[in-house]
Design a protein around this ligand. Sequence first.
Ligand SMILES: [Co+2]
Length: 430
Amino acid sequence: MAGEAAEIESSAPLSVLAKEIEDVDLSAEDSNSDSQKDPKASDKKKKKKKKKSKKKALQQTDPPTIPITKLYPNKNYPQGEIQEYGKDFTMNTKFNKEEIKRKENLEIDFESLNDMRRASEVHRQVRKVARDFIKPGKSMTSIAETIENATRLLVEEKGLEAGVGFPTGLSINNVAAHYTPNAGDTLVLSDQDVLKVDFGVHVNGRIIDSAFTMTFDPKYDTLVQAVKDATNTGIKAAGIDVRLTDIGEQIEEVMESYEIELNGKTYPIKCVRNLCGHNIAPYVIHSGKSVPIIKNGDNTKMEENEVFAIETFGSTGKGHVIEEGVVSHYAKNPSLTPQSIGRIPLRIPKAKPLLNTITKNFGTLPFCRRYLDRIGEDKYLLGLKNLVDTGIVLSYPPLVDIPGSYVAQFEHTIVLRPNCKEVVSRGDDY
Ligand SMILES: [Co+2]
């Protein structure tokens, strides 16, 4: 999901994440510097381990039908891509054993990291299903349902313990973000469309937010390449104590070094300057910090153990989005306490029971109208409007650049572990 620069809301920092490491496996397998420097060595190690284990690992079917927990009976889910922090950071810490020890003690707790890795493996397998399914001629509704059904199956959806992380974004062309079909939607994908597939998976509220762009005409290749490059630049630039504006500046420089020729005209590829990445807290998709994709002067720094969605948007249009069109995405406002909500008068009688349904089924996770439909809610629009008007529920309208323009997006979720950066949602596709 996309963060909007204009709507930065402050909330408590994510200092809760730092806990002592409890699982020895993590330090044995993940903090081992040899295994990070030499991927082959770690492969060998893993193979050895597998041979020793008596349980025979299940193989995923095609299309996938086996929940991820069944594929990893020892519950050690695959780690993401490990990146070392920049030179300045390692210079300060590499030769300081005490500092390394201190940082290991501050390691994000293994359960949380492992939940994110499990959700990431679901994401990788579901996006493969999506890539195989998505073709010109498919309806947006069928694409969204294919992605959501596969997610629910592979993550073993269970109340607020595991499930879909937020509505499946299927924004096309000049629509940059926050479009998902509502009931009755008849939109069908065309071979000239630029489609952003932005979907989420969560385990115990640990949301993996990752997105990619699909096109069916090679003329868009440069746009897709520019945005992929820009997102990877942002991921590389991210780190503990790094200023958000510096990340934005590096993204902007890479993105705007590209241009694209479309139908005989050359367009500069611009960053969509009012969209940004964001930090993620348990059950909260946008948790206060915004990662700009331009140099914006925000001197706020990233911190140890924070989780960030790094996402960039490149456009052939203005590089600026406005809210336009029918809303599909909503989330309960995470900064309100039950007490403060209780003091807000609700004019529509159905608003109160609807709010209870939202709290019970989604908590503060984003949802869409289809998710209300599928749990049996109907005629809820007036009540929902009342909740939005009072600020109890936030709405996220589609965000669009000028007509005729094309926007592409790539996004990954990263964890700023004390001694390394883990790109948890990384796959061999992007
Ligand atoms: Co996002």
